[in-house]
Design a protein around this ligand. Structure first.
Ligand code: NAD
Length: 245
């Protein structure tokens, strides 16, 4: 089925983004890195078990990610979604941006546009959390090799405020509630390999939403997609999320 309408034709919209949205800002996707970091599988440095086994290695990994993400800027796709979010707020339309990205680029674009912040379901690189009391702190420190940070509250080990493989993503009840009620669901720049986010497309489809996929390639959940737009996020997103004059 060909869906000719753009996003502003719908009254309630949920958007899910992944690493592909930030690729053109210069943040590598997992695919770009072949799923590896210094010969470690990313799944082996992004788990609670890895942190227990070798917190220094895990902090090195996240310090490298911080270094990469803090030196780049939002691109046209982040900016178009931020402007569209602001547009919806002013018109009384429901718009929810859910991102799997931890790089902070959506947040920067949304703050610049004066729009509400996205639901960062996999956490945020710019924050750390106390392993004892779970308090979350703003933290942009690049920890040097071998350095282990302590929380200011309990003087216990700090961990990145990131949802690791095997942990429960943030905001799930809120997201599920939005998926149940949305007219349009759009997935952008995500490979559909990481659950539960990869299941949102099916959930939205079953709840009756029109579903659109903007991505460089086809995804495994193809059968739940009403319309595919294949290409680069910076081309497709500003076109699809155009704010009407
Ligand atoms: P992924 O690397 O598995 O998949 C990225 C998808 O984006 C692929 O399907 C690819 O074809 C597509 N893509 C690449 N460049 C694109 C572009 N310019 N325009 C449109 N599509 C493009 O990433 P994922 O699905 O997000 O899952 C990996 C997990 O790792 C997620 O939790 C993710 O957030 C995290 N991660 C985050 C970042 C970040 O914060 N920027 C970077 C790497 C991985």
């Amino acid at each position: 089925m060909l869906v000719m309408k753009t996003a502003s034709a719908y009254r309630s919209i949920v958007v899910l983004t992944g690493a592909g949205v930030s690729a053109e800002s210069g943040v590598p996707t997992f695919r770009d890195e072949n799923g590896l970091w210094h010969n470690h599988r990313i799944e082996d440095v992004a788990t609670p078990e890895a942190f227990e086994r070798n917190p220094k290695l895990v902090w090195e990994f996240y310090s490298a990610r911080r270094r990469g993400a803090f030196s780049v800027r939002p691109n046209e796709a982040h900016r178009a979604l931020a402007a569209f979010s602001r547009f919806c707020e002013t018109k009384g339309l429901e718009f929810t941006l859910v991102t799997q990205n931890v790089d902070g680029l959506h947040e920067t674009a949304h703050m610049q546009a004066g729009a509400a912040l996205p639901l960062t379901m996999h956490g945020r690189l710019r924050e750390s959390r106390c392993t004892r009391c779970e308090r979350v702190f703003p933290d942009e420190t690049i920890y040097e090799v071998g350095e282990l940070p302590q929380s200011p509250c309990c003087r216990k080990l700090l961990r990145p405020h990131i949802v690791w493989f095997g942990e429960m993503p943030h905001f799930i009840p809120e997201i599920e509630n939005k998926l149940e009620g949305c007219e349009l669901f759009v997935t952008i720049g995500t490979s559909g390999n990481v659950y539960p986010a990869a299941g949102f497309l099916m959930q939205a489809k079953r709840a009756g939403a029109t579903t659109i996929c903007l991505n460089k390639e086809r995804i495994p959940q193809d059968r739940y997609v009403d319309q595919h737009l294949e290409g680069a996020a910076t081309q497709l997103v500003p076109e699809f999320f155009k704010c009407p004059a």
